[in-house]
Design a protein around this ligand. Structure first.
Ligand code: FAD
Length: 811
């Protein structure tokens, strides 16, 4: 017994050493002491003792660097070079783009929370707040989505003028050029608010403020280009579009076949050096009305007029609309969301070389420019639009479910509806947290390329669920389009957001983990750099230090995963955040399990992991779930930890961490090497799958928060257009919700004292109200107030009908 206890203590001490991430030398020293102590206190069998000392001696030998380099690192490097997936220049540029932020911490297995928690909450300046409360509010009031989507298939002229006059297209242009120069968070809030009213309008506003001429000029333009174009873009004299995609190059945009050949040609009466462009683009947002085209093409210099290189690579130029050879103006019709979008063709279009953004010096730099800017842009446009739409859907659905009655009850009281409303609310909170905290990080100087892919994918996928859920709760009311339908167009927008800026299947399967594994991992990039080092000796030394660091890291994460899984991470010291403390601990546990699983996968599958898209997608999902849960916790902190919101925070974290567990489980079930899968399972799930999805009780608490006019509901509606007026559906719904509680009490009285007692016999509410007033069950004033409530409810419940000719577009 005594021997067994000492053996267990010895093993626990070794696990603890690995858990604490001791350096190799300190580990060897401490291990030697432990082995000596163990052999002294409870001498093991001679063979076991010999094995222990042999292992300890071998570990000591690993400290002799020349020896381990020759015997381990150099041969390993040789096979690593063979395993290393080939990487194109465009892939390399994508990997180099942006910065590593909180995503990097989640790869370590021991995230340093102070890095996230010390970041200040995103703030709006007075001018930004005034813009949201002023022009943005006015704009939302001007938008009539049915008129826009059905009758005109465009914004009305006065809205176009308002957008350009108030600088909606100039949020990212510096003030010195006449722009608004908003921070990323303000930019995001403006888009969210417009999206809560009209996704057609928010898509139009998003484009000039996203990847395109203004942004590219801002970062890479020559001074002359900035001085000329930025003021014109800021005041709306130029409407920009950005043309990358074509019929042959969609997701694989870097394979574009559009060409620009360096040659001499005539420009404004003079012979100049320039480019002859031939291109075919499609799906280009704002193209039909654009005056300035940002064009991506592949640049060639066959006559070597610029230098020795003949294939310069992807390049970006600015082309005025009227340039001869361009065909533009036709429109696509994306799913009844008629923002301006269409094809552009160019045949032998000649432009001078100074049309290149940044001038000839930037020839061939196009792909780098695009991916660098996307690392910011993808955190803003689509996530903000999706969040604004989701906020509107939750706001509407919570109120609608409270005032829509079936089976004599508000439908919000049925468990099935509660579950759906809770899901919508939890996801919307997650989306809002992700977009605002990440925008805050951008304002703090980050260019978070991996989170930008996570946000693009997960926030738009969540918006798909929210839009579907809202439709389901509204039943036929959501389906029948017309001026009274406030959901249908948002629902139709979802697939567009899913497809643009990197279609979602590709983003999930190829980008999130593919980029994250290399960018964020503390050792992989170092190992890859070492493998590509042309100086062989230096490469081995570099590789050796990364490899041994990596091995220690993997062993440590395996032990951390085991210990935290066994203890439910209860012993893990994390920031003391009261009721949310456990979620910090669970994120740490998943971080260690994830980091361990990533290392085993990369070590055994190498470059093949890139082809095993479903495995990398699942690892990407685990990373994203941890990232989003961290955003939820930080957002809750930023909001001052309002206790009332806690059920939503818990729902969101539970939902995300449950998904992390399920995706890790799916990864293990599909891992090709079954022996390693079994070993990983022991270290990751020693107690099985112990994490549970949000409970029904929690879902009920969450649903209650948005089906009543609570402060939580108001907080969720911030940065959505919820103004109380009869033309704003969200305002009207809120107004009815405010009346609902009082009305429900009056209705109960009519039922209890009137219907059940046989004094009220009418079948519909207006009839019952009249009889209840006549019978003295309600006062005149109470009857009038209940009738007014009923009128408003019926106004909300009403759906549109049309004479057949009215459904002809434009009628
Ligand atoms: C309304 C709208 C507006 C747009 N605006 C612009 C614009 O302003 N400027 C511009 O340049 N472009 C724009 N686009 C183009 C948009 O970015 C592309 O549609 C998008 O890149 C996808 O290309 P694709 O439609 O050709 O689909 P495809 O590339 O044919 O992809 C089809 C499917 O295959 C999946 N897929 C592809 N490769 C992989 C892979 N390796 N692994 C897993 N799945 C994969 C994709 O995820 C997708 O689901 C717009 C598109 C639309 C619809």
């Amino acid at each position: 017994m005594y021997g067994a206890i000492i053996t267990v203590l010895f093993l626990a001490a070794v696990v603890f050493l690995a858990y604490r991430r001791l350096g190799l030398l300190s580990f060897c020293g401490t291990l030697t002491l432990l082995v000596a102590l163990y052999c002294y206190l409870a001498p093991p069998a001679p063979t076991w003792k010999a094995v222990l000392w042999l292992l300890t001696a071998l570990l000591w030998l690993l400290n002799v660097k020349p020896l381990r380099r020759a015997l381990i690192s150099a041969p390993f490097l040789a096979s690593y070079r063979r395993m290393l997936p080939s990487m194109s220049q465009t892939e390399k540029e994508a990997l180099d783009a942006g910065t590593v932020w909180w995503d990097g911490e989640l790869f370590t297995g021991a995230p340093r929370w102070e890095k996230l928690l010390s970041a200040s909450a995103p703030q709006l300046s007075d001018a930004e707040q005034a813009f949201l409360d002023g022009p943005c509010e006015v704009l939302c009031g001007m938008l009539d989505d049915w008129d826009i989507t059905h009758r005109r298939a465009d914004l009305p002229p006065e809205v176009w003028s308002f957008l350009t006059a108030k600088g909606f297209f100039a949020m990212i242009i510096p003030r010195q050029y006449g722009g608004l120069e908003f921070c990323a968070y303000a930019h995001s809030c403006v888009l969210a608010k417009i999206a809560s009213r009209s996704t057609t309008c928010s898509s139009i506003v998003a484009v000039p403020n996203s990847l395109g001429p203004a942004e590219l000029l801002n970062h890479y333009g020559t001074q002359q280009q900035k001085d000329y174009y930025l003021p014109r873009l800021a005041c709306g004299d130029e409407i920009p579009c950005f043309a990358l995609t074509g019929p042959r190059a969609g997701s694989d945009a870097a394979s574009l076949p559009d060409t620009g050949v360096v040659c001499r040609g005539s420009w404004q009466g003079q012979e100049v050096l320039g480019l002859k462009l031939n291109f075919s683009k499609r799906y280009i947002t704002l193209a039909p009305v654009a005056t300035l085209i940002g064009l991506a093409f592949r640049m060639f210099d066959p006559d070597q007029l610029l230098g020795a290189r003949t294939d310069l690579g992807i390049t970006v130029a600015l082309i005025p609309r009227g340039t001869p050879g361009i065909t533009i103006g036709r429109r696509h019709f994306p799913l009844n969301i008629p923002f301006q979008n269409g094809p552009i063709e160019g045949v032998d279009v000649f432009v001078p070389l100074d049309s290149l953004i940044g001038g000839p010096a930037m020839a061939g730099q196009g792909w780098r420019m695009l991916v660098e800017q996307l690392s910011v842009g993808r955190c803003i446009s689509l996530p903000s639009n999706a969040t604004g739409s989701a906020k509107a859907a939750v706001w509407a659905t919570g109120a609608y479910a409270r005032v829509r009655r079936q089976f004599n009850l508000p439908i919000a009281r049925f468990e099935g509806i509660e579950a759906v409303i809770a899901r919508m609310t939890g996801l919307t909170y997650t989306m809002d947290a992700a977009r605002s905290v990440t925008a805050g990080a951008i304002d703090g100087g980050e260019k978070p390329s991996v989170p930008s892919a996570m946000l693009k994918y997960h926030v738009t996928e969540m918006s798909r669920i929210v839009a579907n859920d809202a439709m389901d709760v509204h039943g036929g009311k959501g389906i029948c389009l017309g001026p009274n339908n406030y959901l249908g167009r948002g629902y139709q927008t979802v697939p567009i957001a899913i497809t643009v800026e990197g279609a979602n299947i590709l983003t999930r399967n190829l980008i999130i983990f593919g980029q994250g594994a290399i960018r964020c991992h503390p050792f992989v990039l170092k190992e890859m750099e070492a493998a590509r080092n042309p100086d062989r000796r230096a490469g081995i030394a570099q590789f050796d230090s990364a490899l041994f660091g990596h091995m220690g890291f993997t062993i440590s994460n395996s032990m951390r995963s085991l210990v935290m899984s066994l203890t439910f991470a209860r012993l893990r010291g994390v920031p003391d955040h009261g009721p949310t403390r456990r979620y910090y601990q669970h994120i740490e546990r998943f971080s260690a399990s994830f980091a361990f699983a990533v290392d085993v996968a990369m070590l055994t599958l190498g470059g093949y992991l890139k082809k095993k898209e479903s495995l990398s997608a699942r690892l990407g999902d685990v990373l994203s779930a941890m990232y989003l849960a961290s955003m939820v916790l930080k957002h809750y902190d930023n909001e001052g930890q309002p206790e009332a919101d806690l059920p939503i925070v818990e729902w969101a974290c539970r939902n995300l961490l449950y998904s992390a567990q399920e995706q890790l489980h799916g990864f293990l079930r599909n891992f090709p090497n079954r022996f390693l899968a079994g070993l990983m399972r022991v270290l990751i799930f020693p107690r099985g799958l112990t994490y549970f999805a949000p409970s029904d009780r929690l879902s009920r608490q969450v649903a209650d928060l948005v089906t009543a006019p609570t402060p939580t509901r108001l907080r969720l509606g911030v940065h959505a257009y919820t103004t109380l007026n009869e033309r704003s559906p969200l305002g009207l719904l809120q107004e009815v919700l405010l009346l609902a509680e009082g009305a429900e009490l009056l209705e109960k009285r009519v039922r209890d004292e009137g219907v059940k007692a046989g004094r009220v016999t009418a079948l519909d509410l207006p009839g019952r109200i009249a009889q209840a007033v006549a019978a003295g069950i309600l006062t005149q004033a109470e009857g009038a107030s209940l009738a007014e409530f009923d009128r408003k409810v019926m106004q909300i419940v009403r759906v549109d009908d049309f004479a057949p000719h009215e459904l002809v577009p434009g009628a």
